[in-house]
Design a protein. Structure first.
Length: 410
């Protein structure tokens, strides 16, 4: 099978796969030989019939396979880059017993290639349409060492446990206790974990009843369904059609949206930190520090039209960290410096106390730069009900129904 480009000769699906793999190798997300071989082999375009084949093999493109009645994506095949990150985090070895939460077929096929004929993959999804497609895909690819189960992924797959690895391919806000209990001691759980609004795929290692992080990467996934469902809420502070601005809330205090809407109409103030980032330097560790240090820090999300009108400086659909205090708020931003390769971090504030709130946000940017730049946070998971004195001292604690998630810094 080939795809046509009017400027070039036809490109075969194998050439597209090889180009995808080379891209993933070049950016450092695909590293081990077994993972490389798996990604070169699996015909991922067959999981989403009708999708342009070139897009199916684009390293950054997810394949949406189902939306709900409101148009929200509820099932997808993750982008190859995200799948590569998670598979490398999981450290899959031949002969392992692996559980995948969230089916789609493609990732299960990658895992099946890596565990080999002596290993087994169990993939679970709550949606029968999704598992039906996964079965069809895996039948087409000939992977017989994969068991597909229709059920609530939050319950795991007890009959096939214990597992050497558990790989979760849907966004989770909690760590259900069955995942911990069905994981072998020393086994690895890789999960896109949402913490205070921001999702990172975290690699955990089981240590008795707790999970200890062993690396994380910024990412985005469709949310989990079933007993583990815990979706974020968006409260609008500007609801003009096409230029909506809202706060994405994840356990944050209830905002005074009327007061914040009024604040948005007031002239913005600026506060700059003197802290700079290189143009290719991620701010993900800074944002995690801000989420650790500041109590009321939801994410400000806005439509592109809101930015074009000058209402906000950012139109990120995921949102930027925003400190809210009463009827005032301030959000993280950047500006160019005299060095074309660097940007200065700062904050834009709105409202009666906008300048004060912006100063507070900038103060924590400076603290991160002074005390934690170059550090990576420790993310640990404890069972719900664990006493405070058994948690890391000074950690940010996120309480969920099944777990207590802690974020701490060296």
């Amino acid at each position: 099978m080939t795809t046509e480009n009017p400027q070039t000769s036809p490109v075969s699906e194998q050439e597209l796969r090889d180009a995808m793999v080379q891209c993933l190798i070049d950016i450092g997300d695909l590293r081990t030989s077994r993972a490389v071989a798996a990604f070169r082999t699996i015909p991922r375009h067959l999981a989403a019939p009708g999708t342009d084949m070139a897009k199916a093999y684009d390293a950054e493109s997810a394949l949406i396979t189902k939306t709900d009645a409101t148009g929200v994506d509820i099932s997808s095949v993750s982008a190859p880059r995200i799948q590569a990150i998670q598979i490398e985090q999981a450290d899959i070895q031949p002969g392992m017993n692996v559980l995948e939460i969230g089916s789609g077929g493609v990732n299960a096929a990658y895992l099946a290639e890596m565990v080999g004929d002596q290993g087994r993959v169990v993939t679970v999804d709550i949606d029968p349409d999704v598992t039906a497609r996964a079965r069809d895909f895996l039948k087409t690819t000939g992977h017989r060492n994969v068991t597909v189960i229709t059920g609530d992924g939050g319950s795991g797959a007890l009959d096939f446990s214990p597992f050497d690895r558990i790989v979760v391919t849907v966004q989770a806000a909690d760590i259900p206790s069955p995942w911990v209990h069905q994981l072998k001691e020393g086994g690895r759980l890789v999960v896109p974990l949402r913490m205070r609004g921001m999702t990172r795929t975290v690699a955990f290692v089981r240590d008795d009843q707790r999970l200890i992080s062993d690396g994380f990467e910024l990412c985005g996934f469709v949310p989990m369904q079933g007993t583990g469902e815990n979706r974020m809420r968006v409260d609008l502070i500007h609801d003009v059609e096409g230029e909506e601005i809202g706060l994405r809330l994840d356990g944050h205090p209830e905002p005074d949206t009327k007061a914040l809407a009024e604040a948005l109409t007031m002239p913005r103030c600026e506060e700059w930190s003197g802290v700079t980032l290189a143009g290719d330097e991620s701010n993900e560790h800074l944002d995690l520090w801000l989420a650790t240090a500041l109590d009321n820090l939801p994410l400000l999300a806005a439509r592109p039209a809101a930015r074009e009108r000058g209402l906000v400086a950012s139109s990120s659909p995921l949102g930027v960290p925003t400190l809210v205090e009463g009827g005032s708020f301030a959000y993280r931003t950047v500006r160019r410096t005299n060095d074309p390769g660097r940007f200065e971090l700062g904050a834009y504030g709105h409202g009666p106390e906008g300048h004060k709130v912006a100063e507070r946000l900038v103060e924590e940017i400076r603290t991160w730069d002074r005390e934690h730049r170059g550090d990576r946070a420790h993310i640990d998971v404890y069972p719900a009900g664990t006493p405070d004195d058994q948690l890391p001292r000074g950690a940010r604690v996120i309480d969920r129904p099944h777990s207590r998630i802690t974020i701490s810094w060296p």
